[in-house]
Write a protein that binds this ligand. Sequence first.
Ligand code: UT7
Length: 324
Amino acid sequence: MKAWIAGTGSYTPARVLTNAELERMVATSDEWIRERTGIRERRIAATGEACSDLAVLAGKRALTAAGLAATDLDMILVATCTGDYPLPATACLVQHQLGATKAAACDLSAACCGFVYALSVADAYVKNGMRHVLVIGSEVMSAITDWTDRNTCVLFGDGAGAVVVSASDGERGILSTHLRSDGALCELIMVPGGGSRNPPSEKVIAERLQYIKMKGNETFKVAVRTLEEIARATLSANGLRVEDLDLYVPHQANLRILKAVMERLGLPIEKVLLNLDRYGNTSAASIPIALDEAVREGRIKDGSLVMLGAFGAGLTWASAVIRW
Ligand code: UT7
C-alpha cells in the first residue's frame, strides 16, 4: 500500500511587491535582484492576514481537488516557521476553520524543508492506517523580514500550498522520502530573538533580533552541494536515472542555486518547475505552491515521475520521489 497525493491547492496574497518598490526601501536595484536571485516580485500578506488564513484557503482548494470534505481528514499538518502564535499550533486554528472535526492537528518546524518533512510524516501515517492527511506549507515571511536589511528583504515572500495525502492501492504514490540535518550550521539562517534563548524584550527589539538573519553566500554553497547530494541519493535508492524524471520541483530560493544543481545533475531546465520570479522564497510554502501550479498547468499528469528537493535553516535538506 502507498500514500498518494489526491489533490493540491494553493493561495497567495493579492498584494504584489516588486523589485522597483524595494529599490525605494533599501540600497538595491531591480537588476541586482534579478541577476543574483531570479526574483522579480513576491506576494505580501495584508495587514491582519496571518499564517492560518493563508493555510485555510490553500487547504480548502486541496480538499476540493481531492473531492473530499474536511470531516474526511484524520490529520492536519502545518509546516511553518511563521505561525499565527508561538502557542497554540497553527494547525489547530486551521482544523477549526475548516471544520475538520475528526482530525488531529499539529505543526512541523523544519523551515524551508518543512513541507517535505511533513509529507514524509503523512506518508508514514497513511501507511500505518490513516486514510486522509492534509499537509500544508504556509508562511508569512514578511512578518519576520527586516525591511531595512537588503541582504534578506529582497528574497522572501508570503503564500501557502497544500496537498491531501491519501491511501492508494495502485502503483501511484510517494515512492520514498529522504530527510537530513546538520545543526552545526544552525547560525547560517536564524531568527535569534523571540524564543526561549532570547525571550522578547526591549533589547531584542532594539537589536532587531526578531527578524531573520542569513549568511547568504555560505548558505548558497551548502545549498548547491546538499541539493545535488540528496537528489543523487534519492534516485539511487529507487533505481532511477535523472532521465527517468518528468519534473523536478525544488525549493524556490535562488535561480543561480537551481541552475548550478541542474548543471551538476544534467537536468534540462524544461524539466524543472521554476516560479520564484513571481513568488520569491516562501519557505515551507514554496514546494506545495509550485506543485499546485504544475498540476493545474498540466505539467504533472497521471503517471508523471516527480522529484522534490528542499534545503533551508537548521540546516535541513530533504527530498521525495512521487509517481503521480
Ligand atoms: O530558503 C533559505 C535558504 N537561503 C537561501 O537560499 C539564500 C542563499 N543565498 C543566496 O541566495 C545569495 O547568497 C544571495 C542572493 C543572498 C546573495 O548573493 P551572493 O552572490 O551570494 O552575494 P554576496 O552575499 O556575496 O554579496 C555580494 C555583494 C555584497 O557587497 P560587497 O560586500 O561585495 O560590497 C553585498 O553587500 O552584494 C551586496 N548585496 C546587495 N546589493 C544590492 C547584498 N544584498 C544586496 C541587495 N542589493 N539586495
